[in-house]
Structures are given as C-alpha cells and as structure tokens.
Design a protein around this ligand. Structure first.
Ligand SMILES: Nc1ncnc2c1ncn2[C@@H]1O[C@H](COP(=O)(O)OP(=O)(O)OP(=O)(O)O)[C@@H](O)[C@H]1O
Ligand SMILES: Nc1ncnc2c1ncn2[C@@H]1O[C@H](COP(=O)(O)OP(=O)(O)OP(=O)(O)O)[C@@H](O)[C@H]1O
Ligand SMILES: [Mg+2]
Ligand SMILES: [Mg+2]
Lengths: 223, 223
C-alpha cells in the first residue's frame, strides 16, 4: 500500500536549507501495524506528512496503493486524503471555533454524508474514546488529553483504510493510553494499515514492526 | 510561597456548568519540587492556571508569597506573572509569527530589558535546551519536540522564582527528556520552586513530593 523510494525533503528557512529526509526507502503492506521511533527532530513527522499526502517530497517517488502521488493534482490528493487516510496530528489541529462533535463530523461532511448520519457516527466515535459527555465543548474547553482524544476520534470516524498517528498518546494518562491503543488493535484486527509515531517504548512494542529514524534516514527496521 | 484554601473553579459551557476544582487546599513552601499527577480531565491544568495567575478561582482564597491574589488588579497580576513565574504550557502557546529566539526574548521585553542583553539571554536559554542551531526558525518550522523545548526555554529565561510546567516532556524522546529534567534539577538546587504536571511515573519520581488529583480534588499528597 505504501512504496517510498529515495524520499528526500528539504526545508528552506531564509537562506538556510535543511534536509529533513535524506533518502528514505519504505514499503508497507496493507494491514500492517508499524511503529516509527527516533529522536526529536529526526524526521518522523515530516515522513508522516509525506505519507499522508499533506506535504510533497523534494525528490524521490511515493506510490500509495499503486498510484504515483507526484502525478496527482490538488483535488485528487484531497480525495485520497479524505477517503483513505485518517490522520492524528502531533499538535491536534482541531478547529477552535467548532465543538468536539463538529470537529469529528468534519471529515464526513467533506464526503457529503448527510447531517443525521454524520452526527450519529461522530457521537459514536467520541463515545469510543470516552468523551460522550463532552460533545458540545470547544477545544478550548477541553483538557489536553481530551483534545488529543477528539483528534483521535476524528481520524477514526470515516473508517479509513490507513491510520497515520503522530504521538497519539503523548498527553494521555495510562488509562486513556490503553483505550486508544485498544482501538488501534481493533482496527488492525479489522485489516486497517496503521503507522504510529511514538517516543514510548511500551507503545512501540504493540506494533508488529518497528522502524527507527535518525537524521532523516531509516536506521533500522525490525520485525 | 503558595497557599490555596478551598479553591473552586466552575466552567460554564452554554447552559451546563462543570466544576473542575471542587475545593482544593494546597500549601507549597519556597524551594519545594512538587509533581502533580492524575487522570486526563481531572483538573491538573486548571489548578496550574490558577496558581500561575492565568485564571481566577470561582470561590476560595489564593495567596502567593503572602499576597491575596484575589485583591490584585490586572496590571498587578501581569507584573507577578511576568517577574515571578515561568510557565510551560501543555499546548506550548508559542507565537507562530515570531522566531524561536524572539519567542524566548518576549518575557524579557515585557520587563524592559534592552535588545542586546535580551538576545544574549535568549540565545543562552535555547542553547541549554539543545536548540542553538534553530534560533531563526518559527514554530511551524520546528518539530513538536523542538517547539516544546522552545516553550521550556521561554519559561526559564527570566530566571523566575517559580516554574510551573504542564507536561513539559510529553512530546520529547528520552534524551531531550533527560536534558529538560536535568535543567529542572539545577533550578531546584538553586532554590527555585517547581511544580510539574506529568503522566509519566519516572518523571514524577524526580520530585520530592507527589500530589495526586482526581475529579477536581487532591486525593493524596505523598512526600
Ligand atoms: N473552558 C472550559 N469550559 C468547560 N470545561 C472545561 C474548560 N476547561 C477545562 N474544562 C473541563 O475541566 C476538566 C479539567 O480540565 P484540565 O484541563 O484541568 O484537566 P487535566 O487534568 O489537565 O487533563 P489532561 O491530563 O487531559 O491535560 C476537564 O474535564 C475539562 O473538560
Ligand atoms: N517548515 C520547516 N522549515 C524548516 N525546518 C523544518 C520545518 N519543519 C521541520 N523542520 C526541521 O526538520 C527536522 C525534522 O522535523 P520533524 O518534525 O519531522 O521531527 P520529528 O522527528 O517529528 O521530531 P519530534 O519528535 O520532536 O516531534 C527538525 O530538525 C525540524 O527543525
Ligand atoms: Mg514530530
Ligand atoms: Mg492538562
């Protein structure tokens, strides 16, 4: 499902340029559960953004379910993102003026799903992460851990084929962490492809495969 | 230095009201190192915001170094916040249009410290957290862990008497976590008062005292 060949990503900050990915090769089969670990600043989020079609490579080839992502235009990319991929951002990126349930409905609204069905699916997703009693709270009226769980519910709600989760348990206590990891196990058992970035060794251990990133390169790929 | 008596905080969400703090009593002496733990949504950040003069109690008394915070006006509160307290927010709250070094200079600018001295102190604080080579990057050009370290450097730069840190290591790998905790140890050894919210048991173990919060109340206070 994922084929990345010689992936490079360079950022420009004024006159300086910084190569965050320096030639990454990665293949992931459909239904695999892969953890991505590595030091702060090593390129994990950059890699995820490329795999999630949120950012483009400076060089190299990326094929998602056989399609060359470099050939797709903005509209195609948005369709792929919206129907195939559920993304949990490291910084949540919730819309602050919308309530929790509205934030979770959003991916469904983009797909043109009707209001009543959208709401029912969003409520169910929030209940699965233990937030059935916070539906109308806006992100500023939720704790850090609750916001993270809303972001997680939003990634699951459309039942996408692939989940890309960037430190989904960074702000969570052990009980909420267990809930989130339990949901990922369920999705994996149902055949979804999962990539999970984490700093926590016990979280990485849940995956069947662990990819270690260092200074923009894959250093190790252990099954 | 901290005396909280019967602290209550109620949030209003439309017609619903939710009591996040339900009568908290807490005394902290100058120079103490206290960890605050508890489940997601239990009231830890709310407590910190009250202690940091960022939010006000609905009921109860809060005295900071002997002054009744409820009697202070907005200007006094800002002065107290800016000269006595360094705050590391759970969501970083960096200004996205400023560079890393400008974000760290900000607390010093509020105090009227000159440009050259401000810059030198800010550069030094960023070097202490391992970001001497990212001075001109804006928050959007930094990784999650790097942003968290900028937020940490901003809290330290004015050498405040009290540091309130809300999950300062949530997004950090083990090396950066060690760096940040090492800095907190140094500050504690230099007599600063430290309150640290964390979900990680090994991080809480660094403090001399651990306060456990549950449903808006202090459940346990272990030395
Ligand atoms: N502005 C607000 N309006 C309504 N409810 C709020 C508001 N801010 C916080 N809350 C509620 O108050 C409770 C306590 O929030 P707080 O942020 O203090 O939790 P926390 O212990 O820091 O949790 P976490 O570990 O998830 O960060 C939560 O249940 C939250 O939903
Ligand atoms: N827009 C940008 N402009 C310049 N440099 C950037 C930009 N975005 C990221 N970087 C740099 O690229 C490197 C990789 O960032 P990335 O966010 O992928 O790290 P990460 O492995 O996710 O780290 P963390 O564990 O701290 O989240 C970092 O050194 C960062 O400073
Ligand atoms: Mg990251
Ligand atoms: Mg919190």
């Amino acid at each position: 499902v994922i084929e990345l060949i010689g992936g490079r990503k360079t950022y420009q900050t004024g006159a300086l340029s910084f190569e965050a990915l320096r030639g990454v090769d990665l293949r992931v089969e459909a239904g695999e559960y892969v953890a991505v670990i590595g030091p702060s600043g090593s390129g994990k989020s950059t890699l995820m953004h490329v795999l999630g079609c949120l950012d483009v490579l400076t060089q190299g080839t990326y094929r998602l379910t056989g399609h060359d992502v470099g050939e797709l235009d903005e509209v195609d990319l948005a369709m792929v993102r919206n129907t195939q991929i559920g993304f949990v951002f490291q910084q949540f990126h919730l819309l602050t003026s919308l309530s929790a349930v509205q934030n979770v409905e959003l991916p469904l609204a983009y797909r043109g799903i009707g209001r009543a069905e959208r709401r029912a699916l969003a409520v169910e997703a929030l209940e699965r992460v233990g937030l059935g009693d916070r539906l109308e709270n806006r992100p500023g009226q939720l704790s850090g851990g609750q916001q993270q769980r809303v972001a997680f519910a939003r990634a699951l709600v459309g039942d996408p084929a692939m989940i890309l989760a960037d430190e989904p348990t960074g702000n969570l206590d052990s009980t909420s962490t267990e809930e989130v990891l339990g949901l990922l196990d369920e999705l994996h058992a149902a055949g979804r492809t999962i990539l999970l970035i984490t700093h926590e060794a016990d979280v990485a251990a849940r995956a069947a495969r662990v990819v270690r990133v260092l200074d923009g390169l894959i250093q190790e790929d252990a099954r």
